[in-house]
Design a protein around this ligand. Sequence first.
Ligand code: SAM
Length: 302
Amino acid sequence: MTSSASHAHHHGPGHHHEHGHGQAGTGEDDALAVVLDLDAEIFAPYLDAVTRRVADLAGDGVTHVVDLGSGTGTGTFALLERFPHARVTAVDSSPALLARLLDAARAQGRGDRVRTLETDAGAGLAGIADADLVWASASLHHMDDPAAALDGVRAALRPGGLVAVAELDGMPRFLPDDAVAGRPGLEARCREALDGLHAEQMPHMGADWGAMLAAAGLLVEDDRTERLELHAPLPAGVGRYAHVVLDRIRGALDGRADPADLAALGTLLDGGPADVRHRDDLVVRSTRRLWVARRPAETVKG
Ligand SMILES: C[S@@+](CC[C@H](N)C(=O)[O-])C[C@H]1O[C@@H](n2cnc3c(N)ncnc32)[C@H](O)[C@@H]1O
């Protein structure tokens, strides 16, 4: 197998330039990349359990996997590991993230097993028709028209192939209620404001993906929710992860939240004694859900 990078350019309505995706080398892509990689590192046991569950349902003979909305490739690399005989097509609308993924694959000596496809997945998966597995982690909620995206997923799967949809309830939480003196409930209020913002920008966040999969003609075989909670001793990287997440939240809420809450958030980020990178009272909480659905085998008519 030779390494290749194909580029199908679509600039349909699914393009999310307003979220900063698709801009080569933007600071936004860099910040997103740090969040995605730290998340995969901190929740590695969960990712491992999820890909194992998917492999159990997929059975033998998985040779072509599609990572839809691949980001930095946390799913791609987990799936290359889980399916040692498979190649992965990483699909994303961001050329910068795809270039980074391919560099990482080559650095690991796995460049020959990874192909990239730059496209708006909301407009279908051009040229893919034989996938054994489509993996869509935290990506479908970005699509303008997820029903159209799922029609594209169905068309990309071979009959009997699987799609795994992994979604989460927004950014993880880290802080005790009294993290900043005089501002009880700070993180909960910030999260509420952020959820409101996300509902405006990404109306499909929190959609009923089981119903969406069924409506696309796929048979849902699994649906499981995990309430993940990490306590001390925490994995390395949690302080940095909390810092980058809360910094993004502060940026997103600038002008949209109580200035006193924004100032309190600042004290968690400024390198001082309350900074999240130095605290020993963080607890990481995140709720994650996985749906697995199968394209029905073709019925023979006659
Ligand atoms: C939250 S990230 C998730 C990345 C990765 N799947 C993971 O779980 O770490 C969402 C990804 O979807 C991509 N994306 C958003 N809208 C897209 C679209 N319409 N077509 C293809 N990719 C898209 C973004 O560029 C980003 O890389």
